[in-house]
Design a protein around this ligand. Structure first.
Ligand SMILES: Cc1cc2nc3c(=O)[nH]c(=O)nc-3n(C[C@H](O)[C@H](O)[C@H](O)COP(=O)(O)OP(=O)(O)OC[C@H]3O[C@@H](n4cnc5c(N)ncnc54)[C@H](O)[C@@H]3O)c2cc1C
Length: 397
């Protein structure tokens, strides 16, 4: 038996023994926030066991709380988790964005301070990039950080800061040299969210929920020890973080099941007994099959690119994943909405309605949310520009 086959057998046995029934299939997933308490017993047990094993961040080094798996072992673990429907125990901005970035650019002190806390699900992060006047043209950002001895003093505003109200720490792009060309005067800093100089105001959505915030800095403090990379070289760090975000590794980890997303074919089978006109329509059925095949091919292409990349995350080609992955997500919700018919249209503003299941209740909300997927993390139009310039080598127009 090869080492990898032996690893597969051990992994399968460990997962069978340790993944409780309630952690299989759609359900809650921790994001590590100290402000959100998980109450589901099986989800908690699963998290504890995965933390112990280092498999909340399977490919990170053991010294910082990871599982120390190589790429092949990591993919085996994902396959075995997917086979039994095991949810990831932890999914956060920490695991998918700032963690991998610190592994690459962080000092030993930064790694030893922040990474174990992410791995142990003790902290959640938020992303302070966009500003009211700086979205696609992110490098025009104007939030200022001034040198004040052993710390920076930060003033300005970020917007669309997802989850800032539940986050413990923020990674943030700030301007440290206003006189340098715009890409060259930016630094990348880390700062705790709960401090007197930071005010978080929720942006209310039509549904009444608020997942996003305006974040105001009024003499907020970031310690110099929390400067990542060199002073005024934060653009390089910030861009790399976006590649981690766009790589879609998170969806490989979650088996596409994040937030309870299920296979369309499985859902179609469930609906077959019902009088469902969409499924009876052969044109609709072939659209579902096409989606399922496209999704499989996409995930294989993602895996191949990750395997071929040196640092575990490909570079500018992540923009291709971003475009194709978000278009697929939107297609998924189009098809799901059509399949569920009137069962997909409860009162979207109601929190609960006893005549609809939780999955049905969230159909329209999810469909609406994923309209934004082609905007956040850098709009798909901007990704096309990156592909033209950095992948195809076309002249900058
Ligand atoms: C749901 C959601 C969550 C978000 N979460 C966060 C977060 O946590 N942290 C954070 O920092 N930001 C976050 N954002 C902000 C996000 O990164 C920006 O919305 C995005 O970068 C686009 O910027 P903008 O909204 O200012 O649009 P603009 O930059 O004003 O763009 C408007 C339109 O013009 C197009 N456009 C702009 N420039 C070009 C160009 N050069 N070529 C072709 N087309 C162009 C864009 O594609 C878009 O269609 C989030 C956004 C959303 C919708």
């Amino acid at each position: 038996m090869t080492d990898l086959s032996a690893f597969r057998e051990e992994t399968k046995a460990w997962l069978e023994e340790n993944c409780p029934p309630g952690a299989r299939g759609p359900g809650p997933i921790s994001n590590g926030s100290s402000k959100i308490k998980i109450t589901d017993a099986d989800t908690l047990v699963w998290l504890e066991r995965m933390v112990e094993k280092g498999w909340t961040v399977p490919s990170w080094p053991k010294e910082v709380g990871g599982g120390g798996l190589n790429n092949d072992e990591y993919l085996v673990l994902l396959e075995e988790m997917a086979a039994m429907g095991a949810r990831p125990a932890l999914s956060s901005f920490g695991t998918s964005m700032i963690g991998p970035t610190l592994l690459e650019f962080g000092t030993d002190e930064q790694k030893n301070t922040h990474l174990p806390r992410i791995a142990r699900a003790e902290v959640e992060w938020c992303q302070g990039y966009s500003e009211p006047g700086s979205g696609s043209d992110l490098a025009s950002l104007s939030t200022r950080a001034e040198d004040n001895g052993d710390h920076f003093v930060i003033n300005g505003q970020k917007t669309w800061t997802s989850g800032a109200h539940n986050a413990d720490w923020m990674f943030c792009l700030v301007r440290t040299d206003p006189n340098a060309p715009k890409h060259e005067g930016i630094s990348f800093v880390l700062l705790p969210v709960d401090q007197p100089g930071i005010e978080i105001r929720p942006i209310r959505m039509l549904s009444g929920e608020s997942r996003f915030n305006d974040t105001f800095f009024d003499n907020a403090i970031a310690q110099k020890t929390d400067l990542v990379g060199e002073l005024n070289k934060g653009w390089t760090v910030g861009k790399r973080l976006l590649q981690h975000e766009r790589s879609g590794m998170e969806s490989l980890v979650s088996g596409g099941a994040k937030g309870g997303k299920m296979s369309l074919v499985a859902e179609a089978k469930r609906c077959l007994g019902e009088d469902n006109n969409a499924i009876a329509d052969p044109a609709y059925r072939s659209e579902v099959l096409k989606y399922e095949m496209d999704n499989q091919v996409f995930r294989m292409a993602q895996r191949r690119a990750v395997e071929e990349s040196e640092g575990g995350t490909p570079g500018a080609v992540t923009s291709i994943f971003k475009i194709y992955g978000t278009e697929l997500q939107q297609k998924y919700y189009d098809l799901l909405l059509k399949m569920r018919g009137v069962r997909g249209f409860p009162d979207t503003f109601a929190k609960q309605n006893d005549s609809f299941s939780d999955a049905e209740m969230s159909t329209t909300r999810d469909w609406l949310f994923y309209r934004a997927a082609s905007i956040y993390s850098g709009s798909n139009e901007v990704q096309r520009n990156i592909i033209a310039k950095r992948v195809l080598g076309l002249p900058d127009g």
